[in-house]
Design a protein around this ligand. Sequence first.
Ligand SMILES: [Zn+2]
Length: 131
Amino acid sequence: MRSSSELKAYDSNSKNTAPLPNGILQCGKCWSFITTTSRVQNVYSCSNLILIGLSESVPSVCISSEKQLCVPGDQYDSLGELSVFQNVACRSCCVNLGRLYLATTPQLDLLRNIPLLHEHALQYQVEYCLK
Ligand SMILES: [Zn+2]
């Protein structure tokens, strides 16, 4: 069974299946505001990872200029050995929140050039609303 490590994207074409309910995403360490779910482009799952793809970079994260290569044994190497990525970090506390893949294997083409946040690195608050 290889299906568990297969990359899956939630259906972004159907407006009936929002990838996430309305809410806000916060840094899991310092609780700084990261973004609202309205800026989430899509949610991907691969192996046991859930990746939140942003439609654009947001001011609350910084993307490292250093380019890194996934190596075997990397905790995210199920996402593709030999991928090139930059780290995406919380601007307030610098904890690593995700990755921006610059080059990937063909199976991971969907993830290329999207700032991706690792779901487990975030806090998620539902139904944030301004009144
Ligand atoms: Zn933080």
